[in-house]
Design a protein around this ligand. Structure first.
Ligand code: RTP
Ligand code: MG
Length: 141
């Protein structure tokens, strides 16, 4: 197993529900370590740039509107197979299809307000981590 880093975002709906601690506890219990973290209220420009791959999709405007609707907590998680492990913990994009016990099954309401983001590949993780954090903001452990 390779040690990897992945970008995780606790989205505005989960922050509004006071679920930051519950969600981070799931990462830590699964063996992922938080090596960087910050709370931010994203601008339209920052949220749109983050989801640029979806720019032409019909849900893009709603996605940016949702991601800028309140503060988010952005973190870098490190551990064995961190990218796929985080995606497993998150569950399916649509919470109605998310496996029982996953973060989205337990905290998310809709496909738009779905509690968390996680990088989907090593290439995405590298881009997304650099999008939010400088090297001096990441603390290897
Ligand atoms: P994320 O990027 O946020 O971790 O979610 P994901 O990989 O599971 O899903 P992705 O395909 O990357 O979509 C990004 C976000 O766009 C919203 N979405 N809405 N209405 C729709 O059909 C639809 N499809 C995607 C979701 O909020 C998703 O998290
Ligand atoms: Mg995605």
């Amino acid at each position: 197993m390779a040690t990897e880093r992945t970008l995780s975002i606790i989205k505005p709906d989960a922050v509004a529900k006071n679920a930051i601690g519950d969600i981070i506890a799931r990462f830590e219990k699964a063996g992922l370590k938080v090596v960087a973290a910050k709370m931010l209220h994203l601008s339209e420009e920052k949220a749109g740039g983050f989801y640029a791959e979806h720019k032409e999709r019909p849900f893009f405007k709603d996605l940016v509107g949702f991601m800028t609707s309140g503060p988010v907590v952005v973190q870098v998680l490190e551990g064995d197979d961190a990218i796929s492990k985080n995606r497993e913990l998150m569950g399916a994009t649509n919470p109605k299809e998310a496996a029982p016990g996953t973060i989205r099954a337990d905290f998310a309401e809709t496909i738009d307000a779905n509690a968390v983001h996680g990088s989907d590949s090593p290439e995405s993780a590298e881009r997304e981590i650099a999008y939010f954090f400088g090297n001096d903001e990441i603390c290897p452990r």
